[in-house]
Write a protein that binds this ligand. Structure first.
Ligand code: F6R
Length: 241
């Protein structure tokens, strides 16, 4: 695991954007695994800025997102479809047909999980961007999830729903389930870029860097992956350093 320590969220976002832009320049037909949430928002802003400044084209890039809530229509402002459209896709030239998210409204959700995993297998993710939950989740793989799981239906931990309630009117409105890439799906990607910012992530980052591997702490599976880069700011690394 390579750890890059940066002073703050802005620097984390800039370094992450440089990391991805370099990869896209080397390989314009890159497949990117993407995350939602507060962590990658700054990275997405930097990618949009770069497009405006330098005209970088993402025309041949494919994106595959980690997860989507079950039961929220794609048009709901809190769906991850909406998050990605608002915060990234509508600002870039990625053809919509090249962007994949799980369908949380599929009539047959098990079938949807299998379909999504086959997309991951067919495209092959070159770089997967990850945030980390305060409980160590990656994607929506909550503590206790088998490292062998591929894309599956997950029940969100109460603590995850509490943390994500900030985007909804109340915790009751936060969906209880989601479709998420599994740990095994994430581990198929050639390279992983995990981002962490802020004191709220310090305990999780500390546990990750302790090196102990356990299904009770999903992010620890990343120790089995040969190409992981972590860009974390001073606050996220405050217990470690
Ligand atoms: C998002 C995802 C989650 C988040 C994690 C951190 O697609 O899969 O694992 O990365 O919950 O969320 P933020 O960045 O909001 O702190």
């Amino acid at each position: 695991m390579k750890i890059i320590q940066v002073p703050d969220y802005e620097e984390m976002s800039k370094r992450a954007a440089e990391f991805l832009l370099k990869k896209i320049k080397q390989n314009p037909i890159l497949t990117l695994g993407l995350a939602t949430g507060s962590t990658p928002k700054g990275l997405y802003e930097q990618l949009i800025l770069d497009r405006r400044k330098h005209g970088t084209s993402f025309q041949h890039v494919t994106t595959i997102n980690l997860d989507e809530y079950i039961g929220l229509p794609a048009s709901n402002p809190n769906s991850y479809h909406s998050f990605m459209t608002e915060n990234l896709f509508r600002h870039l030239d990625i053809p919509l047909s090249n962007s994949y998210l799980p369908n949380g409204e599929a009539a047959d959700l098990q079938k949807e999980c299998a379909r999504y995993e086959s997309i991951i297998d067919e495209k092959g993710i070159d770089v997967q961007v990850l945030g980390i939950g305060q409980n160590g989740h990656i994607g929506f793989n909550e503590p206790g999830t088998s490292f062998n799981q591929t894309t599956h239906i997950t029940t969100l931990a109460h603590s995850t729903r509490q943390v994500n309630a900030r985007f909804f009117h109340s915790i009751e409105d936060v969906p209880k389930q989601a479709i998420t890439m599994g740990i095994a799906s994430i581990m198929k990607s050639s390279e992983i870029l995990l981002l962490a910012s802020g004191t709220k992530k310090a305990a999780a980052v500390h546990q990750l860097l302790s090196g102990e591997i356990s299904e009770d702490f999903p992010a620890s599976a990343l120790h089995h992956h040969p190409h992981v880069t972590i860009i974390a700011d001073d606050e996220a690394l405050s217990i470690f350093t």
